[in-house]
Ligand binder design. Structure first.
Ligand SMILES: *Cc1c(COP(=O)(O)O)cnc(C)c1O
Length: 431
């Protein structure tokens, strides 16, 4: 007989959640409470208690065209009546093909091939494998990777290895790939970095350089110089080090251009994309590469192929969402919104940087961050208090250490944006 799982109708979603769910990046003993979100629309999140919040970080920088964007959901709803999922080895389909054409059209000119997967970490993992196997296939043993200090590239082993922010990676460090690190370019240290690179290349066989271009998200939105990065990329190019731009966060308009890599003259060999790729509707990632990288795998020898694949690679629904997302990104409406957000952030920045509790502000495109002038432990109590203050006032922001940052959906209204600014200012006044 069919036995239905019973639950107490008087229990809240939050209470039922506690029974079986293990949340990501959460120490459940310290943070037992979750907020059950029942609905999302545009920039708003609604919880089971009837509260509403402005999603000022676009749910980890994904829903840039707004939650449940009708243009995207309608396209996907229609696609799911026709073709839901099919094996992507040996088969292909129109949503993937159309997406490939649209994406290649906006990616930097040297990008020519797309490899599909389903999350940001994996897109980096694939980028690393491409870089390592590129040299292997050409008969050259290169076994060391290069990365920035304080980078974050995800939670799979290759991605963890290149991440410099490894506060939580202690149990795994013995199993990491070999990685050498250089500081991010700050306008003053470019010669120093180049000297370090010279020394590293002399002692190690460096296969690839994995980096977040211009903005390091998890490092509390640290920003660096395009000119300095360009010099590093130039050095890598001269030494045949495969450059892997992790644009999982910066991609799709966040920096004011389609990709952060658009700010550099030297284009990366490989680009990793996810987060805003599908406008937050479905999980998907893409690792793009140049023809030169692809050619190193193209051979009569089967073992020279890239033998990596995921069950949901190239899922037609995710491809449809991504194609719709790119159409929105290119639209005049969204481009105008992006310019307005950038201008509003600049105004707010000029105003708030005079606040006695603000140490510094920074901005790249629609990404805005301010550092509090308060000595505090990273991820300490203040962060939790700020988070609570924002939530109590109807704004979803996730401070990182003593940094408050905004990365709102492009469709945020000026009124909503002003509320986010005001709430931040109120929080500064109240601490
Ligand atoms: C979020 C992020 C990742 C990891 O993506 P997931 O989808 O969470 O695995 C990798 N790199 C950068 C720069 C990110 O912001």
């Amino acid at each position: 007989m069919l036995k239905l799982v019973q639950h107490d109708k008087n229990m809240t979603l939050n209470q039922r959640d506690k029974k079986h769910i293990w949340h990501p990046l959460t120490q459940h003993k310290l943070h037992p409470e979750t907020i059950a979100i029942t609905k999302a629309s545009g920039c708003m999140l609604y919880d089971e208690d009837g509260n509403e919040y402005i999603d000022a970080i676009a749910s980890w920088y994904t829903c840039m065209y707004g939650h449940c964007n009708p243009y995207i959901t309608e396209k996907v709803a229609s696609q799911m009546q026709t073709l839901d999922q099919v094996v992507f080895s040996g088969f292909t389909h129109e949503p993937a093909i159309k997406l490939s054409e649209a994406l290649i059209d906006i990616l930097p000119d040297n990008q020519n091939k797309l490899f599909f997967s389903d999350n940001g970490s994996t897109s980096v993992e694939i980028g690393i494998k491409m870089a390592l196997q590129y040299h292997f296939n050409r008969g050259e043993k290169r076994n060391v990777l290069l990365a920035f200090e304080d980078g974050f590239h995800g939670d799979t082993f290759g991605a963890m290895s290149v991440s410099g922010l490894s506060v939580y990676n202690g149990p795994f460090e013995d199993f990491f790939l070999e990685v050498k690190r250089v500081p991010t370019p700050n306008g003053k240290n470019h010669d120093l970095i180049l000297n370090q690179l010279e020394a590293l290349v002399a002692s190690f066989k460096i296969a690839g350089f994995v980096y977040e271009p211009l903005v390091q998200g998890a490092a509390a939105m640290q920003m660096h110089h395009a000119e300095g990065l360009n010099k590093i990329l130039n050095f890598c190019k001269a030494n045949n080090i495969i450059t892997v731009a992790d644009e999982v966060m910066t991609g799709f308009g966040k920096t004011g251009r389609y990709f952060a890599s658009d700010y550099m003259n030297i284009k990366p060999d490989i680009i990793c994309l996810s987060k805003a790729l599908t406008g937050g509707l479905l999980p998907m990632a893409i690792t793009s590469c140049s023809q030169n990288v692809y050619d190193a795998f193209y051979s009569d020898d089967i073992t020279k192929g890239l033998f990596h694949g995921h069950t949901y690679s190239g899922n037609p629904l995710a491809c449809t969402a991504a194609l719709a997302g790119i159409e929105l990104l290119k639209s005049e409406d969204i481009q105008t919104n992006i310019k307005q957000i950038i201008a509003s952030h600049q105004q707010f920045g000029e105003h708030i940087q005079k606040h006695p509790k603000v140490q510094s502000i920074r901005q790249t495109g629609v990404i805005f961050a301010l550092d509090l002038d308060i000595k505090m432990e990273r991820y300490g109590n203040l962060r939790d208090k700020l988070f609570q203050f924002f939530m109590n006032n109807g704004v979803f922001l996730r401070p990182l250490g003593n940094t408050i940052y905004i990365q709102a959906p492009y469709v945020i209204t000026e009124t909503q944006l002003q509320k986010v600014y005001q709430t931040i200012e109120d929080a500064l006044d109240s601490i």
